[in-house]
Design a protein around this ligand. Sequence first.
Ligand code: COA
Length: 166
Amino acid sequence: MTDPSANISIRPLEVDDLETLFAFQADPQSSHMAAFTAKNVTDRDAYMTKWHRLLADATVVSRTILLQESANDPMIVGSVATFLFGDERNVTYGVGRRYWGRGFATRGLQLLLAEVHDRPLFARAASDNFGSIRVLQKCGFCEIGRDRFFAEARGRETEETIFKLP
Ligand SMILES: CC(C)(COP(=O)(O)OP(=O)(O)OC[C@H]1O[C@@H](n2cnc3c(N)ncnc32)[C@H](O)[C@@H]1OP(=O)(O)O)[C@@H](O)C(=O)NCCC(=O)NCCS
């Protein structure tokens, strides 16, 4: 059987990708899963303002995950990024719901890890975000602790698990 993630690539995230990526993260199931999101994931203006600022920030490395399925133009299936949280470099990612379960987040993160050589890297996921936790484990991250924060997408304090790639 062909591995669908073999047709995955990443390239620098562009302004023209934002409309698609906005729709992915505004999906209610997706934002519930991610938990620690913006206050209102359906606020398009806030999303665009935030992303224009991030694209101008040299400490943020953001990549669009592309799927080449045929001779047509590649499709945007998600994004992966690394950013500074205090003095720790963190990773984050998201895939459009219709593309879940095909290995795209894992492949997208693996490709980012091959480009960004800073170590250690950190990541945080809601402790019940089993998909995200599995992605991190498959990419070599290990759990180093737990914390609790207010999760905007859930309207309540939620446990998160902290991961490190040494
Ligand atoms: C989490 C997310 C990025 C996973 O993307 P994906 O492309 O479906 O992940 P992959 O296909 O690479 O899956 C990786 C592993 O997780 C498992 N997995 C995926 N979703 C799962 C779920 N909901 N529950 C349990 N396991 C899950 C897969 O089975 C796979 O494990 P396996 O190879 O051992 O079978 C995607 O669900 C998403 O975008 N969610 C919303 C945003 C989010 O939560 N981002 C992360 C914030 S920390």
